[in-house]
Write a protein that binds this ligand. Structure first.
Ligand code: PLP
Length: 416
C-alpha cells in the first residue's frame, strides 16, 4: 500500500481557474451562440515580437549543424543570457550583483513554488491575502500548514490582509515570520510599492533575520518613474531578499517559458546550531540536481529581449497592454465603480457593486456569474485569491484591443 503525501488533501478542492472553466463550459453548452470574452486568467495574447522569434529561429538552425549543436547546457543558464540580464536589469540601474547570482529557469511559477523546499519545514511563512495562489499552495503541499478553517485560511500561516484601507499594501506581520512573500506590482490587486515601503520591509527582515521572496514578474509594467523595479534598489536588500523575474508578461513568454531568480551570495539562512549557510550555494546544488536548464533556442530568444530591436518591440507590447488597462479603468470610472491597479500593473482590481434594489454588495462569485451571464465576459473572482479578496473582481489587461473595447461596452450595458 503506497501512502500519499496527505498535505495534498488539505488543498482547497478545485483551484480557482478550473472552477471558472467549469462555469464557462456549462454556460457555453447552454448558450452555444454567445461570444464569450475572457479578461480572466493572466495569459498574454499578443504574438511574440519579431526580434525574439528571429533569434529563436537562428538558434534552431544552429542546433541543426554539427558546430552549432547544443546539448545539456549549464543548469543555471548560459553566460550570454546571464550577462545581458545583469547589465540591462541591474548594473545599468546602479544595482551591484554578479552574473552567477542569476539562475535562469523555465518560469516564475516554478521558482516561486520550488524555492521554499530549501527552507526548514518549521519555517513560519507570511503571505499577503489576496495573493498569487502558488505561494500558499506550495507551502500547504510542503506541510507547513494545518487544515483550512471556515474562513478559508490555513492554520500555521501568517496572513497579511491587503484591503482598500491599507491601499492593498501588506502590513508588517504581528508575529515574527521566517519567510515573507511580496509581489510588486501585485497580482491580483495591481498595488505597487514605493522605495519607502520596500525599505520598511528590508529593515524589518533584517531585524527579524527573515528572508523576503520578492516576485517582480510585473516590474516592466511600472510607468511611474519614481517607483522601484527591483528590491535591490533598497540598500541592504541583498542580505535579505531573493528576487524573481519572468519573461512571460513583458515579452510574451507564457508559452515559451523563461524566467530567472536572483540569489545574492551574501544571503544567509541558518542551521539549528545557528551556523549561517549561503542560500545561493544550496539553491545552486538544488538547481544542478533537479533542473537541466532552459533550452538553448529559448535562452537565445530571451537574450533578444535585451537587444535594441527586442527592447523596442517589448516596450510596444507593454504599451499596448497598458493602453488596454487605461481603457478599462476609464470605463469603470465613468460607471463610478471603485477600482485599483491599471496605472503601473496590467490588472484592474474592482470592488463589486451593490445592484439597484439590493442592500448588499455582490460577492465575487455573484459578480462573476452576472458578468458571465449578462455580459458574456469572464473575469476572476477576487475571493479565489484569498478571503480578503471577497467582494472584489480582477480584470486583466492582456486581451486584444477589440475584445477589451467590446468587454467594457458590455460591462456598461449591464451596469448602467
Ligand atoms: N508570479 C506572479 C505574481 C504571476 O502572476 C505569475 C503568472 O501569472 C507568475 C509568477 C508565473 O510566471 P511564469 O509564467 O514565469 O511562470
Amino acid at each position: 500500500m503506497v501512502l500519499i503525501n496527505e498535505n495534498y488533501l488539505k488543498l482547497k478542492a478545485g483551484y480557482l481557474f478550473p472552477e471558472i472553466e467549469r462555469r464557462v463550459k456549462t454556460y457555453k453548452k447552454e448558450n452555444p451562440d454567445k461570444k464569450i470574452i475572457s479578461l480572466g486568467i493572466g495569459d498574454v495574447t499578443r504574438p511574440l515580437p519579431e526580434a525574439i522569434t528571429k533569434a529563436m529561429h537562428l538558434a534552431v538552425a544552429e542546433m541543426a549543424t554539427a558546430e552549432g549543436f547544443h546539448g545539456y547546457g549549464p543548469s543555471a543558464g548560459y553566460d550570454f543570457l546571464r550577462e545581458k540580464i545583469l547589465k540591462f536589469d541591474f548594473s545599468d540601474h546602479g544595482i551591484n550583483l554578479e552574473a552567477d547570482e542569476i539562475f535562469v529557469s523555465d518560469g516564475s511559477k516554478c521558482d516561486s513554488a520550488n524555492i521554499q523546499e530549501i527552507f526548514a519545514k518549521e519555517s513560519r511563512i507570511a503571505i499577503p491575502d489576496p495573493v498569487y495562489p502558488v505561494y500558499l499552495d506550495t507551502n500547504v503541499m510542503a506541510g507547513r500548514t494545518g487544515e483550512m478553517d471556515g474562513s478559508g485560511r490555513y492554520s500555521g500561516i501568517l496572513y497579511l490582509s491587503c484591503t482598500a484601507e491599507n491601499n492593498f499594501l501588506p502590513p508588517l506581520p504581528e508575529k515574527d515570520p521566517d519567510i515573507i512573500y511580496l509581489c510588486f506590482p501585485n497580482n491580483p490587486t495591481g498595488a505597487v510599492a514605493t522605495h519607502g515601503v520596500l525599505s520598511d520591509w528590508v529593515k524589518y527582515a533584517k531585524e527579524k533575520r527573515a528572508i523576503i521572496l520578492f516576485d517582480a514578474a510585473y516590474e516592466a509594467f511600472i510607468q511611474d518613474k519614481t517607483l522601484p523595479h527591483s528590491i535591490y534598489e533598497i540598500p541592504g536588500a541583498r542580505e535579505v531578499a531573493i528576487e524573481l523575474r519572468s519573461f512571460s508578461k513583458n515579452a510574451g513568454f507564457t508559452g515559451t517559458r523563461a524566467a530567472y531568480m536572483v540569489i545574492p551570495k551574501i544571503l544567509m539562512a541558518f542551521d539549528k546550531g545557528g551556523k549561517p549557510h549561503a542560500v545561493h550555494a544550496l539553491w545552486n546544488r538544488r538547481h544542478n540536481t533537479k533542473f537541466n536548464g532552459v533550452s538553448y533556442p529559448i535562452q537565445r530568444a530571451a537574450e533578444a529581449v535585451y537587444a535594441s530591436e527586442g527592447r523596442k518591440q517589448v516596450q510596444s507590447l507593454i504599451d499596448y497592454y497598458m493602453k488596454n488597462a487605461a481603457i478599462i479603468s476609464r470605463e469603470l470610472k465613468s460607471l463610478n465603480l471603485a477600482h485599483w491597479g491599471s496605472d503601473n500593473a496590467p490588472y484592474i482590481w474592482l470592488k463589486t457593486p451593490t445592484l439597484k434594489g439590493s442592500a448588499q454588495r455582490l460577492t465575487s462569485w455573484e459578480f462573476f456569474d452576472l458578468m458571465l451571464n449578462k455580459a458574456n465576459l469572464v473575469g476572476t473572482p477576487g475571493s479565489g485569491f484569498g478571503p480578503s479578496g471577497e467582494g472584489y473582481f480582477r480584470l486583466s489587461a492582456f486581451g486584444n484591443r477589440e475584445n477589451v473595447e467590446e468587454a467594457v461596452s458590455r460591462i456598461s450595458r449591464v451596469l448602467e
